[in-house]
Design a binder for this molecule. Structure first.
Ligand code: FAD
Length: 377
């Protein structure tokens, strides 16, 4: 493992330049592949590496910027530009951004200094195995990974059913419970090439097929202290949870905007009859613009840890999931039979929008957690 010199940091592009470069890259490199990604499960690795090269994964990572700024809003807008074209790639971008966020929030600077620059540049691609953690902390299911302390690290056993943006040379952040130590847990970065770890391709999906989503099997996997992000998993989750959920808005905003654009595209031809539909593009646009304003305001302080702040994020995340479902249904109804063709964007958006509704925190998870928070208030 080589140590990176962190004081030699690359300056980030100003936001407008960065967004323009992302949109250009999406148009030239990603959009010719979208149907292949969706229908054949092509993994957009080359696009992701190029996105990293134009600072697409760096904006929210203060430790990877010479100005030390955390621009969560810029990361969300970049992800939205990608998700507008393809949610598989938008989700892979979220995985990468979130893995970087875990390292930004690491207690141990060793793991951060070694891995964060590589994730920020896209040299190493990474994911996040935290759905189980978030569901476990919301009392939906038990933790699926357990570890025991050994000399110099932990030995981990268990499995996670789905983790995306992975491959033999990738890494991902995850949390495991400590055997025989009650609620104690540890957050760590796992290197997919480590002994005893297996990536198993066990499922195919109706959307998001290009995300390289695997089951992760741990058989006595040794995770050294050098890969530990925080020996106190609960404290880590509290510190990083706002950023994890805020980043997801990039997927929602891109998906909803693309549905609105599809409705608008057919207006000259079908406006005379589409006027009878609900959820017209101007109505959806107003709701999306309000949600974006609220999201960018919350994104100004991703290190805030209070329950009240997190409740606001969860409420907005719920609204975004519900808006995505409505916008995608509207795109189907507005585009009609053409939208129902196998390669048409509208039907792809419909399938993608359900992912926004079911990816952790899913709509049902959000409603449960908001209910618990309102009872505690
Ligand atoms: C394409 C794709 C990519 C994904 N990528 C990732 C990723 O990168 N990282 C990640 O962490 N997650 C990922 N996920 C998981 C995702 O975030 C959600 O957690 C998941 O889709 C919803 O979980 P679920 O279906 O197990 O939940 P639910 O079906 O709601 O189940 C909730 C819990 O209840 C349990 N349960 C169900 N029935 C019973 C029963 N009868 N009795 C007792 N318990 C029961 C289930 O086992 C589960 O533990 C991905 C999912 C998909 C589809």
């Amino acid at each position: 493992m080589s140590l990176i010199v962190t004081n030699d940091l690359k300056a980030v592009l100003p936001l407008e330049e960065q967004l323009a470069a992302t949109r250009r890259l999406v148009k030239e490199t990603l959009s010719p592949l979208t149907v292949k990604i969706d229908l054949e499960g092509l993994y957009p690795e080359s696009f992701l590496r190029q996105l990293g090269a134009i600072d697409g994964f760096r904006q929210h990572l203060a430790a990877a910027r010479p100005d030390g700024v955390t621009d969560m809003g810029a990361a969300i807008q970049t992800m939205a530009a990608v998700s507008h074209e393809c949610l598989s790639t938008g989700f892979a971008t979220w995985c990468q951004d979130t893995c970087g966020w875990y390292l930004q929030n690491a207690v141990d600077s060793g793991v951060r200094d070694t891995w964060l620059p590589k994730l920020a540049s896209g040299e190493v691609l990474g994911g996040t195995g935290m759905s189980n953690t978030m569901k476990a902390f919301a009392n939906i299911e038990p933790l699926r990974l357990t570890g025991r302390r050994v000399d110099g690290g932990y030995v981990i056993n268990g499995s996670l059913p789905w983790v995306s943006n992975l491959g033999d040379n990738h890494v991902f952040g995850t949390l495991f419970g400590l055997e025989g130590q009650g609620d104690r847990s540890v957050m760590a970065l796992v290197d997919c090439s480590v002994e005893g770890f297996e990536l198993r391709l066990s499922a195919h999906f109706t959307a998001l097929e290009g995300t390289r989503t695997f089951a992760c099997i741990f058989r006595d996997v040794f995770v050294p202290d050098a890969m530990v992000i925080d020996h106190d998993g609960a404290a880590f989750l509290r510190r990083s949870r706002a950023g994890i959920v805020l980043l997801q808005f990039g997927m929602g905003v891109g998906n909803v905007q693309s549905c609105i654009d599809l409705c608008r595209d057919v207006e000259p031809l079908l406006g005379h009859v589409n006027g009878y539909l609900d959820d017209r593009p101007d109505e959806l646009q107003e709701q999306l613009d309000d949600a974006v304003d609220a999201c960018l305001a919350l994104a100004e302080d991703p290190f805030e840890t209070s329950d009240e702040f997190f409740r606001e994020i969860l409420q907005l995340r719920l609204a975004a999931g519900e808006l995505a479902l409505r916008a995608a249904q509207s795109a189907m109804l507005h585009t009609g039979a053409k939208g129902y063709l196998r390669t048409a964007p509208a039907q792809r958006k419909l399938r993608e929008s359900y992912f926004i509704a079911i990816v952790t925190p899913a709509i049902k998870h959000l409603r449960k957690e908001l209910d618990v928070l309102s009872q505690a208030a």
